[in-house]
Ligand binder design. Structure first.
Ligand SMILES: C[S@@+](CC[C@H](N)C(=O)[O-])C[C@H]1O[C@@H](n2cnc3c(N)ncnc32)[C@H](O)[C@@H]1O
Length: 394
């Protein structure tokens, strides 16, 4: 009979987790959602990068003491324990979970790692706990929203309890709604117009960022990504939250807009004009209006550089190599430019899919900026006009 729980090592922490061998699907793959407390080893990079980002934040920004971190969806407590033992400068971590089994396990893991002095454990709804703590004057330099599925219902409380210049981190695993493939759910949850589209993976990340920026603006907060990315089955966003009504309005005007897409020829443009029944200005085909969504950069270049430099001090991280590759990719990506799907363009031209490298070289030769995207191998980003882009694809 195998044990119900096992102790694993992640980062510098030892964590008691449900025995994965007991929760295998018929295809022998571990299903974390079936375990009494949620722990997904596939999310190790998500947690590793969070440790790195929090370290970078505390290295670059001075906060009044005590420096507090909130982990309101703590599961086994793995993040809370890791923030307490791996990030210098963290004074207190507030770990919470609604589930009674999780609550007990967080307490055990806190004791096992000897961080009882630093980690306070709560059991309640994340929104209730964050608003209650905020009402008592407890705010956080880093709030980690890591729920099942959508983070949307928790973004307001997250913004409200993040200190000025702190970071609100959010994970979203509802990629089908966000990308527009399950557009009714996505439109409802994120208060946007969504439809299936040819750059869904990209659209999903921008819908999430746009939602966070718009919710921030309702409370005179500027919410801007320092690092945001897509990885396999989830989106992860680390956004700086700062006070500022005027800047919040500016961000809404300049960085958030609608995206108009023509499915036939691939034409796209950001627009703030919502006109029903519009046709494509390039080919006359039907267009789709998506958004509002984030049109700005997905990363802050100087923060990304700090993360890449810092990573050399984190050789112990299990996902170090994968993380280094992701950060390197993001550094080379023109994340502020719109994404095109080469499959759409090749289909319009009735030609074979060209090598991405060839298209990028052609665009650069014509004087445009162009790059791959980390979200999908068949997407590219460019500031080129569609005519030149189609020439490069043909
Ligand atoms: C995806 S898991 C968290 C995983 C954990 N952060 C990690 O990295 O291993 C989501 C957790 O949120 C808890 N949860 C679900 N709804 C909640 C709510 N409204 N408030 C607080 N916790 C909640 C679940 O019990 C579960 O442990």
């Amino acid at each position: 009979m195998s044990e119900d729980y096992v102790v694993i090592e992640e980062g510098r922490a030892r964590i008691k987790v449900p025995n994965p061998a007991k929760y295998l699907r018929p295809d022998n793959v571990y299903e974390p959602a079936w375990a009494p407390v949620f722990y997904n080893p596939a999310q190790t990079m998500n947690r590793d990068v969070s440790v790195l980002v929090l370290t970078a934040l505390l290295n670059t920004q001075n906060f009044e003491k005590p420096v507090r971190v909130a982990d309101p969806f703590s599961g086994t407590g793995v993040r809370a324990v890791r923030y307490a033992i791996e990030v210098p400068g963290v004074d207190e971590v507030y770990a919470n979970d609604l589930d009674p089994n999780a609550f007990k396990l967080i307490q055990e893991n806190v004791r096992m790692n000897n961080v009882q002095g630093k980690v306070r454990v709560f059991r309640g709804d994340a929104n209730a706990i964050l608003y209650m703590l905020k009402s008592l004057g407890y705010t956080f330099v880093f709030v980690d929203i890591d729920p099942y599925g959508t983070p949307a219902p928790y973004v307001d409380a997250g913004i409200w309890s993040t200190r000025n210049h702190g970071i609100l981190a959010a994970t979203a695993t509802d990629t089908a709604p966000l990308s527009g493939s399950k557009y009714l759910a996505g439109s409802r949850r994120y208060d946007v117009k969504l439809l299936p589209n040819d750059v869904g993976v990209e659209v999903g990340l921008r819908v999430l960022l746009g939602f966070m920026a718009r919710r921030g603006a309702t409370r005179d907060r500027v919410v801007e990504p320092l690092l945001s990315f897509y990885s396999g089955h989830y989106y992860r966003v680390f956004a700086r939250v700062s006070k500022g009504a005027t800047k919040a309005s500016e961000v809404l005007s300049n960085q958030v807009s609608y995206l108009l897409i023509c499915d036939r020829c691939g034409f796209r443009t950001y627009t703030n004009k919502v006109v029903e029944g519009e046709v494509c200005s390039f080919c006359g085909g039907p267009v789709k209006l998506l958004g509002p969504l984030w049109r700005g950069e997905l990363v802050n270049t100087s923060f990304l550089k700090i993360l890449r430099d810092l990573l050399s001090r984190f050789s112990y991280l299990q996902s170090r190599d994968k993380l280094a590759k992701l950060l390197e990719f993001l550094a080379s990506e023109e994340t502020g430019l719109p994404a095109y799907n080469l499959v759409t363009l090749a289909r319009f031209l009735k030609t074979n899919l060209p090598p991405v490298k060839k298209v990028l070289e052609c665009l650069r030769k014509a004087g445009y900026r162009a790059s791959r995207t980390h979200v999908a191998p068949q997407y590219i980003r460019t500031d080129s006009d569609l005519e030149t882009l189609l020439k490069c694809v043909s």
